[in-house]
Design a protein. Structure first.
Length: 86
């Protein structure tokens, strides 16, 4: 399987392949994965249970994120000799 990556704008629900790949024939089998940018409009959940589900999904994504700084909060803040934040 060949993987390509490119950015595109949706137009009428369609994505145009970049020029180097437009030679691909019709009916070619492909696997498509779409990643929407953060500024894409998002629908707002309409009721409390949908909002709760959305919040829990965000929590799961955050919990799965890698730890970028293994230091404790106290180590990150740092304190001086008098115990005040440095």
């Amino acid at each position: 399987m060949q993987a390509i990556e490119f950015e595109a704008q949706l137009k009428d629900g369609m994505i145009r392949l970049p020029t180097p790949y437009q030679h691909w024939r019709d009916n070619r089998s492909v696997k498509v994965i779409l990643l929407a940018t953060e500024d894409a409009p998002q629908t707002r959940p309409s009721d409390a249970s949908q909002r709760l589900t959305a919040i829990l999904e965000i929590g799961c994504r955050c919990a799965a994120a890698p730890e970028l700084d293994p230091r404790s909060p106290d180590e990150i803040i740092g304190y001086d000799a008098d115990g005040l934040p440095a």
